[in-house]
Design a protein around this ligand. Structure first.
Ligand code: NCD
Length: 310
Protein backbone atom coordinates (compact mmCIF):
# COMPACT_ATOMS: atom_id res chain seq x y z
CA UNK A 1 0.00 0.00 0.00
CA UNK A 2 1.68 3.20 -1.04
CA UNK A 3 -0.16 6.31 -0.04
CA UNK A 4 2.98 7.93 1.34
CA UNK A 5 2.95 11.66 0.76
CA UNK A 6 -0.49 11.62 -0.86
CA UNK A 7 -3.38 13.89 0.01
CA UNK A 8 -6.40 11.82 1.10
CA UNK A 9 -9.22 13.78 -0.51
CA UNK A 10 -11.50 11.04 -1.73
CA UNK A 11 -12.52 7.46 -1.07
CA UNK A 12 -12.03 6.89 -4.80
CA UNK A 13 -8.29 6.67 -4.13
CA UNK A 14 -8.64 3.21 -2.54
CA UNK A 15 -8.88 -0.16 -4.25
CA UNK A 16 -9.77 -3.55 -2.82
CA UNK A 17 -6.22 -4.70 -2.06
CA UNK A 18 -5.27 -1.39 -0.47
CA UNK A 19 -8.38 -1.50 1.68
CA UNK A 20 -7.84 -5.04 2.92
CA UNK A 21 -4.20 -4.30 3.71
CA UNK A 22 -5.28 -1.13 5.41
CA UNK A 23 -7.90 -2.91 7.57
CA UNK A 24 -5.26 -5.37 8.74
CA UNK A 25 -3.07 -2.46 9.75
CA UNK A 26 -5.98 -0.80 11.58
CA UNK A 27 -6.52 -4.07 13.49
CA UNK A 28 -2.85 -3.89 14.56
CA UNK A 29 -3.42 -0.32 15.70
CA UNK A 30 -6.34 -1.50 17.83
CA UNK A 31 -3.83 -3.69 19.65
CA UNK A 32 -1.64 -0.64 20.28
CA UNK A 33 -4.74 1.06 21.72
CA UNK A 34 -5.55 -2.02 23.83
CA UNK A 35 -2.03 -2.05 25.26
CA UNK A 36 -2.75 1.36 26.81
CA UNK A 37 0.81 2.40 25.95
CA UNK A 38 1.63 5.48 23.99
CA UNK A 39 3.60 4.66 20.86
CA UNK A 40 6.54 6.73 19.65
CA UNK A 41 6.29 6.23 15.90
CA UNK A 42 5.22 9.83 15.26
CA UNK A 43 7.17 11.51 18.07
CA UNK A 44 8.76 14.03 15.69
CA UNK A 45 5.60 14.87 13.73
CA UNK A 46 3.07 17.68 14.05
CA UNK A 47 -0.52 17.53 12.80
CA UNK A 48 -2.56 20.68 12.14
CA UNK A 49 -6.33 20.22 12.37
CA UNK A 50 -8.26 22.98 10.59
CA UNK A 51 -12.01 22.78 11.15
CA UNK A 52 -14.33 25.22 9.38
CA UNK A 53 -17.42 23.27 10.41
CA UNK A 54 -18.57 21.80 13.75
CA UNK A 55 -17.10 18.48 14.83
CA UNK A 56 -16.72 16.42 17.97
CA UNK A 57 -15.63 12.92 16.95
CA UNK A 58 -13.64 13.52 13.79
CA UNK A 59 -11.36 16.24 15.11
CA UNK A 60 -10.78 14.65 18.50
CA UNK A 61 -10.33 11.23 16.95
CA UNK A 62 -7.64 12.50 14.55
CA UNK A 63 -5.91 14.27 17.40
CA UNK A 64 -6.11 11.24 19.69
CA UNK A 65 -4.76 9.02 16.89
CA UNK A 66 -1.79 11.33 16.44
CA UNK A 67 -1.12 11.53 20.17
CA UNK A 68 -1.48 7.76 20.73
CA UNK A 69 1.50 7.39 18.41
CA UNK A 70 3.52 10.07 20.13
CA UNK A 71 2.75 12.89 17.67
CA UNK A 72 1.85 16.49 18.51
CA UNK A 73 -1.19 18.48 17.44
CA UNK A 74 -1.90 22.13 16.66
CA UNK A 75 -5.59 22.66 16.33
CA UNK A 76 -8.15 25.22 15.26
CA UNK A 77 -11.75 24.20 15.83
CA UNK A 78 -13.32 27.41 14.53
CA UNK A 79 -11.35 28.37 11.45
CA UNK A 80 -14.33 30.18 9.94
CA UNK A 81 -14.25 32.85 12.67
CA UNK A 82 -10.80 32.66 14.21
CA UNK A 83 -8.37 32.34 11.32
CA UNK A 84 -7.01 34.62 8.59
CA UNK A 85 -9.86 33.44 6.37
CA UNK A 86 -11.72 36.19 8.25
CA UNK A 87 -9.20 38.62 6.74
CA UNK A 88 -9.92 37.26 3.24
CA UNK A 89 -6.94 34.93 3.03
CA UNK A 90 -7.53 32.31 0.35
CA UNK A 91 -7.69 28.61 1.22
CA UNK A 92 -4.70 28.11 -1.07
CA UNK A 93 -2.60 30.59 0.93
CA UNK A 94 -3.74 29.06 4.21
CA UNK A 95 -2.67 25.66 2.88
CA UNK A 96 0.78 26.94 1.86
CA UNK A 97 1.27 28.63 5.22
CA UNK A 98 0.11 25.80 7.47
CA UNK A 99 2.19 23.31 5.52
CA UNK A 100 5.34 25.26 6.47
CA UNK A 101 4.70 24.58 10.14
CA UNK A 102 3.22 21.07 10.23
CA UNK A 103 3.84 17.61 8.74
CA UNK A 104 0.23 16.73 7.99
CA UNK A 105 -3.03 18.70 7.77
CA UNK A 106 -6.56 17.53 8.52
CA UNK A 107 -9.36 19.76 7.30
CA UNK A 108 -13.17 20.00 7.34
CA UNK A 109 -15.16 22.63 5.47
CA UNK A 110 -18.83 23.11 4.44
CA UNK A 111 -18.05 23.51 0.72
CA UNK A 112 -17.52 20.70 -1.76
CA UNK A 113 -14.00 20.89 -3.21
CA UNK A 114 -12.65 23.21 -0.50
CA UNK A 115 -10.20 20.68 0.92
CA UNK A 116 -8.79 20.09 -2.55
CA UNK A 117 -8.30 23.85 -2.91
CA UNK A 118 -6.27 24.08 0.28
CA UNK A 119 -4.35 20.91 -0.61
CA UNK A 120 -3.41 22.29 -4.04
CA UNK A 121 -0.83 24.61 -2.46
CA UNK A 122 0.11 22.55 0.58
CA UNK A 123 3.62 21.10 0.76
CA UNK A 124 2.47 18.36 3.16
CA UNK A 125 -0.32 15.75 2.88
CA UNK A 126 -3.86 16.96 3.54
CA UNK A 127 -6.64 14.66 4.77
CA UNK A 128 -10.26 15.49 4.00
CA UNK A 129 -12.34 15.28 7.20
CA UNK A 130 -15.52 16.21 5.32
CA UNK A 131 -16.15 18.68 2.50
CA UNK A 132 -19.78 19.74 2.38
CA UNK A 133 -22.19 17.08 1.17
CA UNK A 134 -19.48 15.49 -0.95
CA UNK A 135 -17.15 13.12 0.90
CA UNK A 136 -15.85 12.07 4.29
CA UNK A 137 -13.21 9.47 3.46
CA UNK A 138 -12.01 8.59 6.97
CA UNK A 139 -15.56 8.16 8.29
CA UNK A 140 -16.25 5.87 5.32
CA UNK A 141 -13.07 3.94 6.09
CA UNK A 142 -13.91 3.46 9.74
CA UNK A 143 -17.50 2.45 8.99
CA UNK A 144 -16.43 -0.12 6.45
CA UNK A 145 -13.66 -1.30 8.78
CA UNK A 146 -16.32 -1.83 11.47
CA UNK A 147 -18.43 -3.88 9.03
CA UNK A 148 -15.37 -5.94 7.96
CA UNK A 149 -14.37 -6.59 11.55
CA UNK A 150 -17.83 -7.35 12.95
CA UNK A 151 -19.03 -9.47 10.04
CA UNK A 152 -15.69 -11.20 9.35
CA UNK A 153 -15.44 -9.77 5.82
CA UNK A 154 -17.48 -7.75 3.35
CA UNK A 155 -18.23 -10.06 0.41
CA UNK A 156 -21.79 -11.36 0.45
CA UNK A 157 -23.20 -8.67 2.73
CA UNK A 158 -26.41 -6.73 2.18
CA UNK A 159 -25.85 -3.21 3.45
CA UNK A 160 -28.84 -0.99 4.17
CA UNK A 161 -28.25 2.77 4.18
CA UNK A 162 -30.98 4.77 5.82
CA UNK A 163 -31.63 8.50 6.11
CA UNK A 164 -30.35 11.46 4.17
CA UNK A 165 -28.64 9.79 1.24
CA UNK A 166 -28.60 12.97 -0.84
CA UNK A 167 -26.72 15.31 1.47
CA UNK A 168 -25.04 12.71 3.70
CA UNK A 169 -21.35 12.64 2.75
CA UNK A 170 -20.88 9.51 4.85
CA UNK A 171 -23.12 7.17 2.79
CA UNK A 172 -21.43 8.53 -0.35
CA UNK A 173 -18.02 7.58 0.98
CA UNK A 174 -19.27 4.20 2.25
CA UNK A 175 -20.55 3.35 -1.25
CA UNK A 176 -17.29 4.39 -2.90
CA UNK A 177 -15.42 1.93 -0.68
CA UNK A 178 -17.93 -0.93 -0.65
CA UNK A 179 -18.14 -1.04 -4.45
CA UNK A 180 -14.84 -2.98 -4.40
CA UNK A 181 -16.60 -5.85 -2.64
CA UNK A 182 -19.42 -8.19 -3.48
CA UNK A 183 -22.06 -6.22 -1.60
CA UNK A 184 -25.76 -5.61 -2.27
CA UNK A 185 -27.41 -2.37 -1.20
CA UNK A 186 -30.77 -1.29 0.10
CA UNK A 187 -31.18 2.49 0.08
CA UNK A 188 -33.94 3.78 2.35
CA UNK A 189 -34.74 7.48 2.13
CA UNK A 190 -37.56 9.84 1.25
CA UNK A 191 -37.70 10.35 -2.54
CA UNK A 192 -36.34 13.90 -2.22
CA UNK A 193 -33.27 12.69 -0.28
CA UNK A 194 -32.35 9.69 -2.40
CA UNK A 195 -28.84 8.56 -3.25
CA UNK A 196 -27.38 10.63 -6.14
CA UNK A 197 -27.67 8.96 -9.55
CA UNK A 198 -23.93 9.01 -10.15
CA UNK A 199 -23.36 6.82 -7.09
CA UNK A 200 -26.18 4.38 -7.95
CA UNK A 201 -24.77 4.13 -11.47
CA UNK A 202 -21.25 3.39 -10.22
CA UNK A 203 -22.63 0.52 -8.13
CA UNK A 204 -24.87 -0.92 -10.82
CA UNK A 205 -21.97 -0.78 -13.27
CA UNK A 206 -20.09 -3.17 -11.00
CA UNK A 207 -22.91 -5.76 -10.90
CA UNK A 208 -24.21 -4.94 -7.44
CA UNK A 209 -27.86 -5.27 -6.63
CA UNK A 210 -29.37 -1.96 -5.57
CA UNK A 211 -32.82 -1.85 -4.03
CA UNK A 212 -34.52 1.43 -3.22
CA UNK A 213 -37.30 1.83 -0.65
CA UNK A 214 -38.99 4.52 1.40
CA UNK A 215 -40.17 2.04 4.02
CA UNK A 216 -37.58 0.83 6.53
CA UNK A 217 -39.95 -1.63 8.19
CA UNK A 218 -40.53 -3.42 4.91
CA UNK A 219 -36.83 -4.07 4.17
CA UNK A 220 -35.00 -4.13 7.51
CA UNK A 221 -35.12 -7.94 7.75
CA UNK A 222 -32.95 -8.23 4.61
CA UNK A 223 -30.05 -6.17 5.98
CA UNK A 224 -26.78 -7.53 7.42
CA UNK A 225 -25.67 -3.99 8.13
CA UNK A 226 -28.12 -1.27 9.14
CA UNK A 227 -26.23 1.95 8.42
CA UNK A 228 -28.19 4.91 9.73
CA UNK A 229 -27.51 8.60 9.16
CA UNK A 230 -28.89 11.90 10.34
CA UNK A 231 -31.03 14.15 8.16
CA UNK A 232 -28.44 16.85 7.38
CA UNK A 233 -30.29 19.96 8.57
CA UNK A 234 -27.46 22.35 7.72
CA UNK A 235 -27.55 21.42 4.01
CA UNK A 236 -31.20 22.42 3.46
CA UNK A 237 -32.13 25.81 2.00
CA UNK A 238 -34.47 26.55 4.88
CA UNK A 239 -35.76 25.09 8.12
CA UNK A 240 -39.26 24.38 6.72
CA UNK A 241 -37.76 22.13 4.08
CA UNK A 242 -35.80 20.24 6.75
CA UNK A 243 -38.91 19.89 8.94
CA UNK A 244 -40.59 17.87 6.18
CA UNK A 245 -38.09 15.08 6.72
CA UNK A 246 -37.04 15.42 10.36
CA UNK A 247 -37.86 12.27 12.29
CA UNK A 248 -38.89 10.36 9.17
CA UNK A 249 -37.03 7.19 10.23
CA UNK A 250 -36.59 6.14 13.84
CA UNK A 251 -34.85 2.84 14.53
CA UNK A 252 -36.39 1.58 17.79
CA UNK A 253 -36.74 -1.68 19.72
CA UNK A 254 -39.87 -2.63 17.77
CA UNK A 255 -38.08 -2.34 14.44
CA UNK A 256 -35.00 -4.13 15.78
CA UNK A 257 -37.23 -7.17 16.45
CA UNK A 258 -37.62 -7.46 12.68
CA UNK A 259 -33.89 -7.17 11.99
CA UNK A 260 -31.60 -10.20 11.57
CA UNK A 261 -30.22 -11.59 14.81
CA UNK A 262 -26.68 -11.11 13.58
CA UNK A 263 -27.20 -7.73 11.90
CA UNK A 264 -25.15 -4.77 13.08
CA UNK A 265 -26.23 -1.15 13.45
CA UNK A 266 -23.71 1.56 12.56
CA UNK A 267 -24.07 5.35 12.61
CA UNK A 268 -21.33 8.00 12.22
CA UNK A 269 -23.03 10.08 14.95
CA UNK A 270 -24.15 12.62 16.02
CA UNK A 271 -27.70 11.29 16.10
CA UNK A 272 -30.78 13.43 16.41
CA UNK A 273 -33.68 10.99 16.82
CA UNK A 274 -33.04 8.42 14.10
CA UNK A 275 -31.90 5.79 16.62
CA UNK A 276 -33.92 5.56 19.83
CA UNK A 277 -31.75 5.50 22.97
CA UNK A 278 -33.30 2.12 23.89
CA UNK A 279 -31.38 0.55 20.96
CA UNK A 280 -28.04 1.42 22.63
CA UNK A 281 -28.34 -1.66 24.85
CA UNK A 282 -28.95 -4.00 21.92
CA UNK A 283 -25.73 -6.01 21.33
CA UNK A 284 -26.17 -5.37 17.60
CA UNK A 285 -25.64 -1.63 18.12
CA UNK A 286 -22.01 -0.88 17.19
CA UNK A 287 -22.02 2.91 16.90
CA UNK A 288 -20.10 3.58 20.07
CA UNK A 289 -17.53 0.87 19.28
CA UNK A 290 -17.14 2.58 15.92
CA UNK A 291 -15.59 5.59 17.61
CA UNK A 292 -12.73 3.56 19.02
CA UNK A 293 -12.33 1.84 15.66
CA UNK A 294 -12.06 5.32 14.18
CA UNK A 295 -9.01 6.15 16.26
CA UNK A 296 -7.29 2.93 15.12
CA UNK A 297 -8.21 3.57 11.48
CA UNK A 298 -6.83 7.10 11.67
CA UNK A 299 -3.64 5.87 13.37
CA UNK A 300 -3.17 3.49 10.44
CA UNK A 301 -3.90 6.19 7.86
CA UNK A 302 -1.57 8.78 9.37
CA UNK A 303 1.37 6.35 9.54
CA UNK A 304 0.85 5.36 5.92
CA UNK A 305 0.47 8.91 4.64
CA UNK A 306 3.57 9.99 6.56
CA UNK A 307 5.44 6.94 5.30
CA UNK A 308 6.38 5.73 8.77
CA UNK A 309 7.28 2.03 9.00
CA UNK A 310 4.97 0.21 11.42
C1 NCD B 1 -20.68 12.97 10.16
C2 NCD B 1 -20.26 14.18 9.35
O1 NCD B 1 -19.74 15.14 9.89
O2 NCD B 1 -20.46 14.10 8.16
N1 NCD B 1 -20.22 12.95 11.47
C3 NCD B 1 -18.96 12.51 11.78
O3 NCD B 1 -17.98 12.90 11.18
N2 NCD B 1 -18.84 11.61 12.75
C4 NCD B 1 -22.14 12.71 10.07
C5 NCD B 1 -23.10 13.81 10.39
O4 NCD B 1 -22.72 14.93 10.74
O5 NCD B 1 -24.29 13.53 10.30
Amino acid sequence: MDIKGQHILSTKQFDRETLLEFFRLAAKMEKVLDSGKRGLLLHDKIMATLFFEPSTRSRLSFEAAMMRLGGKVISSADMMNCSSIKKSETLQDTGKVVSQISDIIVMRHPETGSVEKLASKSDVPVINAGDGASEHPTQGLLDVYTMWKEKGGLDGLTVGMIGDLKYGRVPHSQCDLLRHFDVDYIFVSPEALKMPERICDSLLGSQHEVKVSEDLEEVISEMDVIACTRIQEERFDNHEEYEKYAGVYVLNEELMKKAKEDAIVVHPLPRVDEIAVEVDNDPRAKYFEQIRNGVAVRMALITQVLGVNV
